[in-house]
Structure formats: C-alpha cells, structure tokens
Ligand binder design. Structure first.
Ligand SMILES: C[S@@+](CC[C@H](N)C(=O)[O-])C[C@H]1O[C@@H](n2cnc3c(N)ncnc32)[C@H](O)[C@@H]1O
Length: 411
C-alpha cells in the first residue's frame, strides 16, 4: 500500500469515528502494517538510511555502551544471566558493536533486541547470530546426559540441551553467554539487568495539545474534503493534567503547542512491569518544558526522509520519519510514577566523556600515526575514531542528546 492508500485508510477511519489523536495518526504513519515508514524499509543508517543515529556513526558508540553495561553489571553484583534488553534496536548495529568489543559481562549476557519493524528484525540477521528467544530469556540448562560431553552451549537446539523456565531442578548453565535473541515487543517475563533505548522515545507516538485562554485544547487529525488537517477539540481532564506536567511549570502562552508522550508513559510502565532489578538507559532528544514551549511545534516535531528534513508531518504519511522531542519534566514524572529512581542525567557528550571517550580517541590517533603509511584496517579505524568522536560529542548534534539513567531496586 502506498502513501495514498494510507491517506485513504486514515480518511475512512476519521469519517467513521471522528478526528483521531495525533498519536493515532503518527502510529499509522510510522508503523501501519502495510504502509508505515518503518514497515516499508525506513530506518537509521549512515549511507542508505533516512537518518543517522549514534550507533550508525561507527563502532565507537557501541564500545562505550559496552563499558556502561559492564559498569552496570558490576553495580548489580555480576548476575548470571545478565539480561540486556535493547528496545527499538533497529537493524542491530549497537548490539553488534557491543558484542564485538567483548565486554567482561559477555559470558553472562543475554542480549535481547526488541524491534517493532519485521523488516528491521530480519535485517538484524545480517549483523548478528540470533537464537530462539527462550534461549535468552528462559534459563538455558546444562544437560545431565552423561553422553553429552561438550560443556558449552550449542548454537540452536541439539539433543542434550533444553531450555525453559520450568526446568528449575536442573543445573543452570552459567557462563554460556553471550546469547542474542530478537523479539517484537518487551519480553513477558521478569528479569534482572538493563534496558537500553537509543532514539526510541522520539519515535513513540505523541498527543499534541495547544494552550488556550482557559486551559488546553487537543490537536487532532481530521478531514477537509479528502485532505488530512489538524483541528482543535477540547482536551479531556486527564490529558490536560498531563499537559501541565509536560510544561513543567513554564508559562505557556495561548496558541503555543506541546507534545504529550502518552505512549512513552505506557512503555515505561511496561518496562517497570518486567525489570525486577536493574537500570534503564535512555538516550534521546529531550529538553525541559520551557524550552519546548519557546521553540514551538516546528522545532520539536520533525520529519526526515533520505537524510533530509521532510515535509509537514501530515503530508505523505508512511514516506517520512516523524520524531518528537521529549519533555524532561514529563520523563521524570512518569519514571517516578512507574517506580523508578532517576539515577543520573547528562548530555551524551558528558556521558561519553565520563566513559572515557577521550582516551579511546587518543589511542586511535596513535594507531593512525604509527600505521598511516600501511593504510591497513587498524590504521583506518584508528583515524575513523577521531571523526566518530567529533560527531558523537558535537554540542549542536548528537552530543546534545540527553542521557537519563533510571534505577529499579526493590519490588
Ligand atoms: C530512530 S530508530 C532507532 C534505531 C536504533 N536504536 C538506532 O539508534 O539506530 C527507532 C526504532 O524504534 C523502533 N520502535 C518504535 N516503537 C517501538 C516499540 N514500541 N518497541 C520496539 N521498537 C520500537 C522503530 O521501528 C525504529 O526501528
């Protein structure tokens, strides 16, 4: 189904049920099973993609995330299994770089990619060896079969190895990681570990509100003839209360719009439902409510297509990415409501600096100096590190992303 088909489908829905929320529109534009942007091949990538994310800049970001994961593993007391769920994992570039680094937690690691787009899930197989999900999430158990003399986890199933949470009496097999699995939504079972999400939040659908003289109105998507148009309806009390949280106490003048990330609130509550003990690492476009109000909808709601800024968000749904900055006050509020403690907040530039990016760049420079005349792979990746760091730390670009770490201790 092409863009026109999706417009007709949405128009039919609006004719039957009335104007839809912007979140419903955005969900269809990005994830419609036939014509959504991410369903039909949109996504991150340095060359062929529609936008560049930190993992797609190069391997350096994954190297530093691997350090963070090792730190978190130590903080948690080195659990085995150590489950890392990467939400919105795209084509698996971050996972692949983390694993290539060979982190200390690798023998305990069950790395679960969660990606909504079936096309991107299948692309992950080009970068990673993906095992059945129950091998990552159910305990892989060591065989008690005396004929099974190979004390390692096998790739795929073979006699002598079984998996499943019900086999508690059997000996758990520690040190059998890393095991990588891929699923389309958060796992349904509780685990200890870390949830990582790089540039997921800005792709979760938002509702939009506009300040009026006496409160908030909601911006919905309706029809003008056959054309999709924005229209205002009164905001219900729940949405108005959430809008106040997004504003974070800032004075918002009539006519100013703000995004209310209701789907993010649901997602974070779902994470709280499965993460028994551990951390959530969120890296994304975010800013305080006053900043969002000052910048206006044209700046916090953006579209991208083939590395260029796209058109109006209501134009050609399915053909462009639609992303939205997150209010920091709202993020803190929903995190607390879900039972998390906000452990740390910084910019990506500061966070990567704390993880030791400068020393890695210096190392890269030294390799380049020594081997430039050879022009081999080591020399080139040494030089590439310098450029990657500049992009990842750029205060006007990826370096300004917010990094928020949440902790979950007791249940
Ligand atoms: C901007 S891309 C980022 C991809 C990758 N993390 C990166 O940094 O390159 C956002 C990804 O999140 C996925 N996504 C959106 N909502 C999701 C959800 N509820 N669960 C899992 N994946 C989701 C999209 O399909 C898309 O691949």
């Amino acid at each position: 189904m092409h863009t026109q088909g999706l417009v007709e489908k949405l128009a039919e829905r609006i004719r039957r049920g009335g104007p839809i929320t912007f979140a419903e529109f955005q969900d269809a534009a990005l994830y419609d099973p036939e014509a959504g942007f991410f369903t039909t091949g949109g996504g991150a990538g340095r060359v062929a993609g529609d936008f560049v994310t930190s993992p797609e800049v190069g391997a350096l970001f994954g190297t530093l995330v691997a350090r963070y994961l090792d730190d978190a593993w130590h903080r948690l007391g080195e659990p085995d299994p150590f489950v890392v769920v990467e939400a919105g994992a795209g084509r698996g570039r971050l996972a692949s770089d983390v694993l290539r680094t060979g982190p200390a937690c690798a023998p305990a690691l069950r790395y679960v990619l969660v990606e909504r787009s079936a096309m991107l899930r299948s692309e992950q197989r080009e970068l990673l060896t993906i095992e059945p999900a129950d091998e990552a999430l159910g305990p892989v158990v060591l065989s008690t079969d005396p004929d099974d003399d190979e004390p390692q986890r096998s790739r795929g199933r073979r006699p002598g190895w079984r998996s499943g949470a019900t086999q508690e009496a059997d000996e758990l097999a520690p040190g059998t990681g890393p095991i990588v699995a891929s699923i389309d939504e958060l796992p349904g079972i509780a685990f200890d570990g870390v949830v990582v999400a790089n540039e997921l939040l800005d792709n979760l659908p938002v509702r939009i509100v506009e300040r009026t003289g006496d409160g908030w109105a909601e911006v919905r998507v309706g029809l003008d003839g056959d054309r999709l148009v924005a229209m205002l309806v009164p905001a219900d009390a729940t949405l108005a209360a959430e809008a106040d949280v997004v504003a974070g106490g800032a004075k918002v003048t009539p006519g100013v719009r703000l995004p209310v990330p209701t789907v993010l609130a649901d997602w974070l509550a779902a994470v709280a439902g499965v993460l028994r003990r551990g951390e959530v690492l969120l890296v994304d476009y975010a800013e305080n409510g006053a900043g969002l109000a000052a910048r206006g909808q044209g700046r916090w709601l953006r579209t991208y297509r083939h590395h260029e800024r796209g058109g109006d968000p209501l134009d050609a749904p399915g053909s462009q990415d639609i992303t939205c900055d997150v209010s920091l006050e709202y993020l803190r509020s929903i995190a607390t409501r879900a039972g998390f403690v906000v452990a740390d907040e910084s910019t990506q530039a500061d966070w990567l600096t704390d993880l030791g990016v400068e020393a890695l760049v210096e190392e890269g420079r030294a390799v380049w100096r020594e081997r430039a005349h050879l022009g081999d792979l080591a020399a080139i990746s040494g030089r590439s590190r310098v450029g990657e760091a500049a992009a990842l730390l750029d205060p006007d670009g990826l370096g300004s992303h917010r990094v928020v770490t949440l902790e979950r201790t007791v249940r």
